[in-house]
Design a binder for this molecule. Structure first.
Ligand SMILES: Cc1cc2nc3c(=O)[nH]c(=O)nc-3n(C[C@H](O)[C@H](O)[C@H](O)COP(=O)(O)OP(=O)(O)OC[C@H]3O[C@@H](n4cnc5c(N)ncnc54)[C@H](O)[C@@H]3O)c2cc1C
Length: 456
């Protein structure tokens, strides 16, 4: 057993069910570290929502680690070099880290392994970011799954590891480490985060999950698309930063009433993570071609970003994103379809904008969902179109979701609110519809058919 270990937290910011932490705590001398990776954070102005959430998560993690006798060190810079410096300073023999298949994580762990070979320390990667580790499940041909349903069947049937307990309090053993430095805002943020952002951290995540599971899980299968009810769990950011263990969440909830439909969504998360881990280029390039979009980053794109398209449900979603750093899944699909099909603008532009604002912004989930909606991804029906008005009538029949986010329309009742006539729009100061949906989709279909056929 190594006498000195280092647990490097990345996007596993929790003490419950954390295999890397548990393994590190097998050593008599353990240090805990988080590195603010300059490559991800930059000056912080582009991703203020996620940084705010990360700050709160780190403060909470620091307190939880303190309660079990560990002090969380925070360093900033190049990730691998920063870890290697701490290894040297503390005479660490083994570094424990959560396995992460994203390109940036793979590269930095490779750089750390090179440093380990040079300096004589080892690195052990542990599961913890997904329910089933990427690469574990493969098709009959031994290749990663690119179709969800067969993946999901295997995923449900796979043997999941049991969730782990919080390590024992080691205060007595490590008393020599001295008093904890209180953290306030570990990462300075150069921009103002969204006003109604969820609070970060394992404690907040557990509280939110418990409250939601007690009251809403049972109705999840039928109610998750009811936009006015806002009935989904909203745990995506906690999962992204690892404040909650996806394995623990899935294990505890899957057999409860409503749990199967909920676990299926966690299956989607694992599906996209394993796909991106096997094909990192899918974060930027089409999985299957849909030809070259005719729209670009001009005024039409800006109107979509601001939520001024004149389609009430699209505008409500885009304004929810600005206000909360969050958007309901159904509305994400509607606004993404509107951008890529009605406006014929590339999914990459929309995905980048989402990544700037979403508190749960996650390359695997975001980019591969964008590809799914754009018809370049894993959807078995790539020609699917979301009609924004019909989606609004069906999933927000009373207009309550629209009223919540589009103040100009608060006095307009359903069904008029789904597509107000021009004089009503004018009277309340709401935008005209920026395109005719039927004509825009006809144009998109012709463009796509000729583009894609032209390439055959
Ligand atoms: C265009 C687009 C972009 C998206 N970008 C992101 C993103 O950056 N980060 C992100 O976490 N999710 C993303 N999603 C998936 C989904 O919209 C969110 O996970 C969900 O809305 C989060 O809300 P919730 O936690 O209340 O979900 P719930 O309905 O309560 O679901 C529970 C969990 O299952 C997972 N999940 C649910 N739906 C999906 C899905 N379609 N794909 C993958 N995982 C899913 C999430 O981790 C979620 O927290 C995107 C979807 C679309 C259509």
């Amino acid at each position: 057993m190594p006498s000195r270990s280092l647990c490097v937290f990345t996007r596993d910011l929790r003490v419950r069910d954390n295999p890397a932490l548990v393994a590190a705590c097998d050593s008599p001398d353990v240090a805990a570290l988080f590195v603010i990776d300059d490559r991800i954070v930059g000056d912080g102005s582009q991703i203020a929502n996620r940084l705010q959430f990360l700050n709160e998560s780190l403060v909470n993690l620091g307190a939880s680690l303190h309660a079990i006798g560990l002090e969380l060190m925070i360093r900033r810079g190049d990730w691998a070099s920063s870890v290697a410096i701490v290894v040297r300073e503390r005479g660490v023999e083994v570094v424990h880290v959560a396995h992460d298949g994203s390109l940036i994580a793979v590269r930095r762990v490779k750089a750390l392994r090179a440093a380990g070979e040079r300096d004589g320390f080892s690195i052990v990667a542990h599961p913890g970011i997904t329910v089933v580790a990427p690469g574990t499940l493969a098709t009959g041909h031994g290749t990663p799954y690119q179709v969800f349903t067969p993946f999901y069947r295997r995923w449900l049937a796979a043997e999941w590891r049991p969730p782990l307990r919080i390590p024992e309090n080691r205060a007595a053993m490590q008393a020599s480490q001295g008093a904890r430095t209180p953290m306030n805002q570990p990462i300075p943020i150069a921009a103002v985060p969204a006003i109604e952002l969820a609070r970060g951290g394992e404690t907040a995540g557990l509280a939110a999950l418990r409250e939601w599971a007690e009251s809403r899980l049972v109705g999840y299968a039928d109610g998750h698309d009811d936009l006015a009810a806002d009935a989904t769990s909203r745990i995506s950011a906690y999962l992204h930063f690892g404040c909650l263990s996806p394995l623990e969440v899935a294990t505890r909830l899957r057999d409860r009433p409503g749990g199967e439909a909920f676990a299926r969504q966690l299956g989607w998360r694992d599906f996209f993570h394993q796909l991106l881990a096997s094909r990192p280029e899918f974060a930027t390039v089409d999985i299957r071609s849909a030809g070259t979009p005719t729209g670009g980053a001009g005024e039409e794109f800006e109107r979509w970003c601001r939520g001024e398209t004149g389609f009430p449900l699209v505008d409500a979603g885009m304004r929810q994103l600005l206000r909360e750093g969050f958007m309901h899944n159904r509305v994400r699909m509607v606004v993404a379809s509107f951008l890529t099909k009605d406006l014929d603008i590339s999914w990459q532009l929309g995905a980048r904008y989402f990544m700037e604002h979403l508190v749960d912004g996650d390359v695997a989930n975001n980019q591969l969902n964008w590809q799914w909606v754009a018809g370049t991804g894993t959807d078995s029906n790539p020609h699917r179109i979301f009609n924004p008005t019909r989606q609004s009538q069906r999933f927000d029949p009373n207009g309550a979701y629209i009223h919540r986010y589009v103040p100009e329309l608060r006095t307009i009742a359903a069904p008029t609110v789904h597509d107000p006539p021009d004089d009503v729009r004018h009277f309340v100061g709401y935008s005209e519809a920026m395109v005719n949906h039927a004509a825009a989709i006809a144009h998109y279909r012709i463009r796509r058919a000729s583009d894609v056929n032209g390439r055959l």
